[in-house]
Write a protein that binds this ligand. Structure first.
Ligand SMILES: C=C1C[C@]23C[C@@]1(O)CC[C@H]2[C@@]12CCC[C@@](C)(C(=O)O1)[C@H]2[C@@H]3C(=O)O
Ligand SMILES: O=C(O)CCC(=O)C(=O)O
Ligand SMILES: [Fe+2]
Length: 343
């Protein structure tokens, strides 16, 4: 189980230590992000257009990830967010540790939450902001926190609006009527800032290990260094493979999360993804992890339910205990039975 003493100044290390050396990153081959493996790109400038919905449905069914453009997030807000993220992670470790995430808490600075499921540590530092940002900012910069707070609060506000818009579209693609989802305008979100320092031996180290997000959807902005990879399941174009999601200027990345997998009754798939590291460049990403209000039990809205209802909090607890078996643990109908139901 990793502890706070597992934090170190990555910049001062010239060789990947045993604690961070992963046996293999090649559990699946790497595919080219071209041709059939080009990440879907969806423009939101015309959300009511039928083509937009068809493209979105295809992306959610076959990929679980897509790029969005026409999102109306000002480029200056994205660059300010990136600037503040860099500023945070470039603080000395002992200062960042003043805002460390408590062992049973959600918010603060720390290792990846999924670290406890792996024997090796990741080439990674994270900062989770759930709820107001001010208490964190005061711990980090007792007298110079204003700009950080302003940028984070503005970004969260914009992300919530965008998440609502994308979620409406996703619901309509599943065939769910707006009024069936009473909580659709009350989405909540957690902002996750991720930092992946340059690494002397990127083939040995893992940025963020393969996982799915526990969200309805996650909206991600990545700095200009690539590193995000999604796992494409085996299909007629080849075996399962890691496909890099390239940073596209002006575009944001959207991941379908486990809760959308549940509400779509497994018609849409939460995407398995990971982050790899770069020899020369420090990479950052900023993820808005969006879910329903705390008291809502999320359940399948279409077909004969294959999952039992669950709140986001309950699901996060299961994820914390069972990791990639969490979705299976709330299945009430197994895969082969589901196939019979659909035939
Ligand atoms: C709401 C949450 C989702 C998350 C766990 C958390 O409580 C806050 C951090 C989130 C994050 C971000 C990095 C990847 C991830 C798997 C992790 O370890 O922490 C996700 C969690 C998740 O989506 O399950
Ligand atoms: O850094 C990335 O691109 C991935 C981050 C991520 O998967 C997450 O925050 O859940
Ligand atoms: Fe993720």
């Amino acid at each position: 189980m990793p502890s706070l003493s597992d934090h170190f100044e990555f910049e001062s290390i010239h060789e990947v230590p045993e604690s961070h050396a992963w046996p293999s990153l090649d559990d699946h081959p790497s595919g080219d992000a071209t041709g059939h493996d080009t990440i879907p790109l969806i423009s939101l400038s015309n959300p009511d257009n039928n083509t937009t919905k068809l493209l979105l449905r295809h992306a959610c069914q076959h990929w679980g990830v897509f790029h969005v453009t026409g999102h109306n997030i000002p480029p200056s807000l994205l660059s300010n967010l990136e600037l503040q993220t860099r500023r945070l992670f470039s603080l000395p470790t002992n200062q960042k540790l003043k805002a460390a995430r408590p062992p049973d808490g959600v918010s603060g600075y720390g290792l990846a939450r999924i670290s406890s499921f792996f024997s090796k540590l990741m080439w990674y530092e994270g900062f989770t902001i759930s709820g107001p940002v001010l208490p964190h900012a005061l711990q980090l910069w007792p007298s110079d926190h204003y700009l950080f707070c302003e940028v984070i609060e503005e970004y969260k506000k914009e992300m919530r609006k965008l998440a609502e818009k994308i979620m409406q579209l996703i619901l309509s693609c599943i065939g769910i009527k707006e009024e069936e989802v009473k909580w659709r305008r009350e989405l909540t979100g957690v902002l996750q800032l991720n930092s992946y320092p340059a690494c002397p031996d990127p083939g040995k180290a893992m940025g963020l290990a393969a996982h799915t997000d526990s969200s309805l959807l996650t909206i991600l902005h990545q700095s200009s260094t690539s590193g995000l990879q999604v796992l494409r399941r085996e299909d007629r174009h080849g075996p399962a493979r890691w496909v890099t999601v390239p940073p596209l200027a002006g575009a944001l990345v959207v991941h379908v999360g486990d809760l959308s997998h549940i509400i779509s009754n497994a018609r849409f798939h939460s995407v398995v993804h990971r982050a790899v590291v770069n020899r020369f460049r420090h990479r950052y990403s900023m993820a808005y992890i969006c879910g329903p209000p705390a008291d809502v039990k999320v359940k399948p809205f279409v077909g004969s339910p294959v999952f039992r209802p669950v709140t986001w909090g309950e699901y996060l607890c299961l994820k914390g205990k069972l990791f990639n078996q969490a979705l299976n643990s709330i299945r009430v109908v197994q895969d082969d039975e589901q196939l019979c139901l659909e035939l």
